[in-house]
Design a protein. Structure first.
Length: 325
């Protein structure tokens, strides 16, 4: 199966990104044809620091490798280095009704956040994402729950393009993790964990043990005493149970049983300890990779060459069908 997914290079990857997306990538890489992208052109739709950006992109590549992606098996590349992504994005703009973009939840959330100062890029964001997916005949897109709607829109675009110009694109399916599709913020467990919020709200894959313990200890819970999974009534406790169960590879009920009769404080401590233990190898590997910048750049260069070959060929097909030069 052809697999494609991407994450924006905006700051540190957090355990939401890991449990929602990257953990699936690691499982999929062995038996599929995988392409993992650093979507820098998506990241520039909101404000970013141009002096730091290159470093953040390299850091993201080092993080992918540190998390366990094998560059001998998968293609890892930077989106802006393959020009066909923006080229196809324009074409998709011409066949997509505006109404479909306005109703995207992520657009509504982001435009609310930036009040009337949002760019057209925020609205058109899903079209660039659809271009990413469609250039590579992607069949499966492993993402967190928040991206499901964008994949549905991509399928709609495929249907529209193929019926207008002839069969060119493959219709992709999202792959969501069974649990943990949505890890919640530690400081506001009714919101998803997100790297655009305050540092105390998420745990980075590369936080120090002290930081991890401090953040889990301060996680917002409720005034009750019973450790029970109930996302609507006990969002904070349920979130900790979810994180624990995913990292320990145990079912939620099993974790609930283990924690029965224990205090919230104990649950927080044990979750913190488990996160520290599970993330330790990532931290070590990332530190090592960050000192091998030339190697990381080489991995990206190799990925770019392979991705460009596929993308050029697909774009050729698209133009031919559309009667473009
Ligand atoms: P933003 O700051 O824009 O919210 P983000 O932290 O959500 O960014 P993205 O780059 O948008 O990160 O997402 C990368 C991948 O991680 C996507 O597949 C997304 O579904 C997944 N993901 C992000 N946040 C979570 C979360 N809290 N729980 C589960 N999966 C998540
Ligand atoms: N919009 C996605 C990131 C993304 C992506 C993609 C994911 C951009 N292009 C293609 C899967 C496939 C997000 O997580 N915010």
């Amino acid at each position: 199966m052809r697999i494609f997914s991407g994450i924006q290079p905006t700051g540190n990857l957090h355990i939401g990104n890991y449990l929602g997306a990257i953990k699936q990538w690691l499982d999929l890489q062995h038996e599929n044809d995988c392409i993992f992208c650093i979507v820098d052109l998506h990241a520039i739709t909101t404000s970013y620091d141009k002096e730091l950006f290159r470093k953040e992109i390299l850091d993201q590549a080092a993080s992918y490798l540190a998390a366990g992606l094998d560059p001998e098996k998968v293609i890892i590349f930077v989106q802006s280095r393959v020009k066909e992504h923006t080229e196809l994005c324009w074409i998709l703009n011409t066949i997509t009704p505006l109404g479909e973009l306005y109703r995207m939840t992520q657009y509504k959330e982001k435009s609310e956040k930036y009040k009337n100062s949002e760019s057209a890029g925020i609205l058109n964001y899903p079209l660039l994402m659809a271009a990413d997916i469609l250039l590579y005949d992607t069949e499966i897109v492993p993402v967190g729950e928040d991206q499901r709607q964008h994949i549905e829109l991509t399928r709609e675009i495929v249907r529209r393009f193929n019926s207008k110009y002839g069969e060119v694109f493959v219709s992709p399916k999202e792959k969501l993790p069974s649990k943990g599709a949505r890890i919640m913020s530690l400081s506001d467990p009714k919101k998803k964990m997100s790297k655009s919020d305050g540092k105390e709200s998420y745990i980075s894959l590369f936080d120090s043990p002290e930081e991890i313990k401090k953040k889990t200890k301060a996680a917002v819970t409720d005034t009750g005493k019973t450790i029970k999974y109930n996302p609507s009534r006990k969002p904070g406790i349920s979130n900790l149970l979810t994180i624990y169960s995913l990292l320990a590879n145990k079912r939620i009920e099993e974790v609930e049983k283990e924690m029965k009769g224990k205090s919230y404080k104990a649950l927080k401590e044990e979750t913190g300890d488990l996160i520290v233990k599970e993330l330790h190898p990532f931290r070590k590997k990332r530190r090592e990779l960050l000192s091998r910048e030339v190697y990381v750049e080489e991995v990206l260069k190799r990925g770019e060459e392979k991705a460009a070959t596929l993308a050029e060929s697909k774009m050729g097909e698209v133009k031919k069908k559309m009667g473009l030069w």
